[in-house]
Every structure is written in structure tokens, then in C-alpha cells.
Design a protein around this ligand. Structure first.
Ligand code: UD1
Ligand code: CA
Length: 419
């Protein structure tokens, strides 16, 4: 099979975001926008991922996985120029090149795979993705001849007369034979109005050269949505949020109120867990099966929740491991804690994990009982089946297995009964 490599265009300034953060690093459901595009490129079978960067190159490069090749576009002379910057890197490559934009997180792997498949099954030198939209303004329009063949893409600024009415747009996703691509790029002339070199001009160049161009139309026009402003960002986040919830629900998780539930992209939840309204579950969290989460729970990155655990209302759990069947039913905060199985974390329990300089761990053993309103000033260790009295403040201590500790600062008042 022909080799596939991907070029992701991400050198643009993203001016309309009005941000000090490069556009493609803005998170969508906890993950930088560009990572969605990288995932799609990988899923399409790409052998190499090349990202063209310009604006704030160092900041973006630092966030990319090490296997990604980055190439700098020194001056932002347009999308054709951006692709051309990769020509010396790809000069001996004879396969197909997938071109994507860094600001289209909604594009799915199924669609890109369909595009690559169609390209390979045809004689076309170039196959690109189109979409029919309600409002084509701002997008390049697909110009077709009498036989319905795509012969050109007319950019919004250059579209005149009937062209402005065309609802079929270029979504900016292309699969192109490498040699044909770079030969065509040499023929692209600078656009007079915008002083840019348009990648989209290659469609007309191929057609005039007698080469075949094919298209694939997305069924879901939203996949083509490019993020240009914070409004677009919120819109794509809403669509991706819903995709995440749907995936979890189809895998056996109950989401009581999808409208008020926020779960990031990299979260795994077991079957028969119920997530109640207004809960936020952030990236890199794993939750077992049969749990009850929320309402109003916030589970932050690095947390691991075992099976049959309850993390109830007004709770925050951060970088914390909770063992099987432990209950934390009411408001409270656990940070940097490791809690065993079958423990009870009373209402209002707080781990004071931060001393203003460093974070410290808290360990709570299996079957421990933490009374309401206890404060555990870390580092703290509460032994197995130990009891902490209500409203006690345990200050940097080690409470032995089976002991009872009460007061402020908490002192052991009862040792474990000998067996
Ligand atoms: C582009 C297409 C348009 C299509 C739309 C789909 C062109 C000329 N037009 O328009 O037909 O409908 O995408 O979203 O290609 N970039 C660089 N270097 C540059 C300029 C841009 O890397 O010099 C990158 C941007 O960072 C961005 C991508 O290329 O990721 C697309 O550029 P953008 O300016 O957003 O193009 P559009 O006007 O959206
Ligand atoms: Ca764009």
C-alpha cells in the first residue's frame, strides 16, 4: 500500500482568538485542540506527522509529542507557502500526503479514513473533503463543471456572482500524491487581493493539467468547523463534550443529566457507574464500576477511583486514589491522598495537603472512619480501621491501625484492641 504522511498547518496567528496562548494549544475538553488533529492523522495510518509552525513556535513545539516533526514557516505567506516549507523534508517521499489544519478538532477518523480510501481507490492525484453548509461565508467554495467534477476552489474573498451562493465548501482536508503536490505548488501565483499563496489554487492547476481531482462530502458539516474565535471554541467544545458523554453512555455509564455534566476526553469510567448532575470529571481520571458520582462533584486529574465508591455532593478529589466501596458522601476535599477500601470519609473532611510551599500526602487505611469536619494536615497517616473523632485536627501524625484519635491537635485516646 502507498505510504501516507501528514502535514498539519498550524503557523497562523489565530488573531481572532485574542489570546496570549497559541490557538492550537487552547484546550477542548481538557486536550489541546491540535491533539485531536494528531489523533485523526495517526488513526488514518500516517507514517509521519509534520506540523508547520510559525507564530510562537517554541510554545507549541513544547506541547507536541516527541515523534512529531515540526517545520518553521518563517513568513505567513499563505497555506500553499506553508505546505511548501515541508518540500525539502519530503523531497524523496513518493507516497500520499494528507493535509489537515491544526484548528479543526471536530474532524473524525472515520471521515479521514473514508477520504484516504476513496483517494486510493481512484486515479485522482488529489481528493479533498467538502461539506454543504447553511452559511458558506468565510469558506472556499467548490466550483464544479457540467459533469459535476470539482474543477476549482474559489476563496470567499474572490467569490463573485453565483459563486457566492454555492453552499458546498472546502473543509481544508486533502489527500494528495506527493510528487504531484509539490509540482503544483511551484505553479501557485500570489493572490493579488490577499498577497497570499493559496493552497486551494492547486485544484485548478491539476484540472488544467488534465489530472483528476476527486471529492468526498462529509455527512456531518460540523466536522469542517474551524476554530477561529472563542465562540467557535465553545461550539466545538459542546460537540466534543456530547461525543464523550455518548461514548460513555453507550459503554454502560449512566449520565443523569448530560446537559450539566462535563467529562474530559481522557477519562475512563466503568459500567453501572452513575454520574449525577453538575459533575466535572477532568482529564486523566479513572473511575471503576458501580460508583455514584455527584451531584456537584469535581474529580481532578490523576485521580483513581475504585469500584462501588461514592463521591457525593459538593466534593473535590484531586490526584487521589480511593479504594473499593469507600464512601465520601458529602462535601469535602481530598488532595494527594491514598484511601483504602471500605473507609468512611465523613462530611466536611478536608486534607490540608499544601503548606504554602509543598504538597504532602495523606494515607487513610482500609476500613478507617474519619468523623465529620476532620482536618488532616498532611503528611498524615491514618491506620487501618482507625477512627478520627468529629471536628478533630490531625497535624502531621501517624495514627496506628485500630486506634482512635480526637481533639485539636488530635491525640490517640484509645489504642487498637489486641486480637
Ligand atoms: C482555508 C481554505 C478555505 C477553506 C478553509 C476551511 C485556503 C486558502 N483556504 O481558509 O478554502 O474553506 O480553510 O477551514 O487554504 N496557515 C499556515 N500558514 C499560513 C496561513 C495559514 O500555517 O501562512 C494555517 C493556519 O494556521 C490554519 C490553516 O493554515 O491552521 C488554514 O488557514 P486559515 O487562514 O485559517 O484559512 P481559512 O481562511 O480558514
Ligand atoms: Ca481557518
Amino acid at each position: 500500500m502507498t505510504d501516507l504522511k501528514t502535514i498539519i498547518l498550524a503557523a497562523g496567528k489565530g488573531t481572532r482568538m485574542k489570546s496570549a496562548v497559541p490557538k492550537v494549544l487552547h484546550p477542548v475538553c481538557g486536550k489541546p485542540m491540535i491533539e485531536y488533529v494528531l489523533d485523526v492523522a495517526k488513526a488514518a495510518g500516517s507514517k509521519e506527522l509534520i506540523v508547520v509552525l510559525g507564530h510562537m513556535i517554541t510554545a507549541v513545539r513544547e506541547q507536541l509529542p516527541p515523534e512529531v516533526v515540526t517545520i518553521e514557516q518563517k513568513k505567513l505567506l499563505g497555506t500553499a507557502d506553508a505546505v511548501k516549507t515541508t518540500s525539502s523534508h519530503l523531497k524523496s517521499f513518493k507516497g500520499d500526503i494528507l493535509i489537515l489544519c491544526g484548528d479543526t478538532p471536530l474532524l473524525t477518523k472515520e471521515t479521514v479514513r473514508a477520504l484516504v480510501k476513496k483517494h486510493r481507490g481512484s486515479k485522482a492525484v488529489c481528493t479533498f473533503l467538502t461539506a454543504v453548509v447553511h452559511d458558506p461565508q468565510g469558506y472556499g467554495r467548490v466550483i464544479r463543471d457540467m459533469d459535476g467534477k470539482a474543477v476549482a476552489i474559489r476563496e470567499d474573498k474572490d467569490a463573485v456572482g453565483f459563486e457566492r451562493q454555492i453552499a458546498e465548501i472546502n473543509s481544508g482536508v486533502y489527500c494528495i500524491n506527493a510528487s504531484a503536490l509539490f509540482a503544483a505548488l511551484d505553479k501557485v501565483r500570489q493572490n493579488k487581493a490577499k498577497k497570499e499563496f493559496y493552497l486551494t489554487d492547486i485544484i485548478e492547476i491539476f484540472t488544467q493539467d488534465g489530472q483528476t481531482v476527486e471529492t468526498v462530502a462529509t455527512e456531518n458539516f460540523k466536522e469542517a468547523l474551524g476554530v477561529n474565535s472563542r465562540i467557535d471554541l465553545a461550539q466545538s467544545q459542546e460537540i466534543i463534550r456530547r461525543r464523550i458523554l455518548d461514548r460513555l453512555m453507550l459503554a454502560g455509564v449512566t449520565i443523569v443529566d448530560p446537559a450539566s455534566t462535563h467529562i474530559d476526553a481522557d477519562v475512563k469510567i466503568g459500567r453501572d457507574t452513575v454520574v449525577r448532575p453538575f459533575s466535572v470529571i477532568e482529564n486523566n481520571v479513572r473511575i471503576g464500576s458501580g460508583c455514584l458520582i455527584g451531584p456537584f462533584a469535581r474529580i481532578r486529574p490523576g485521580s483513581r477511583i475504585g469500584d462501588d465508591v461514592e463521591v457525593g455532593n459538593f466534593t473535590e478529589v484531586s490526584r487521589t486514589k480511593i479504594g473499593r466501596a469507600t464512601l465520601m458522601k458529602h462535601f469535602g476535599f481530598l488532595g494527594d491522598a491514598t484511601v483504602g477500601a471500605n473507609a468512611n470519609i465523613g462530611a466536611g473532611t478536608v486534607t490540608a495537603n499544601y503548606d504554602g510551599v509543598e504538597k504532602h500526602p495523606t494515607k487513610i487505611g482500609d476500613g478507617a472512619f474519619i468523623g465529620s469536619d476532620a482536618i488532616l494536615v498532611a503528611p498524615v497517616k491514618v491506620g487501618k480501621k482507625a477512627v478520627i473523632g468529629a471536628a478533630s485536627v490531625v497535624v502531621r501524625s501517624d495514627i496506628p491501625d485500630g486506634a482512635t484519635a480526637v481533639g485539636t491537635p488530635a491525640r490517640v485516646t484509645k489504642k487498637a484492641r489486641s486480637q
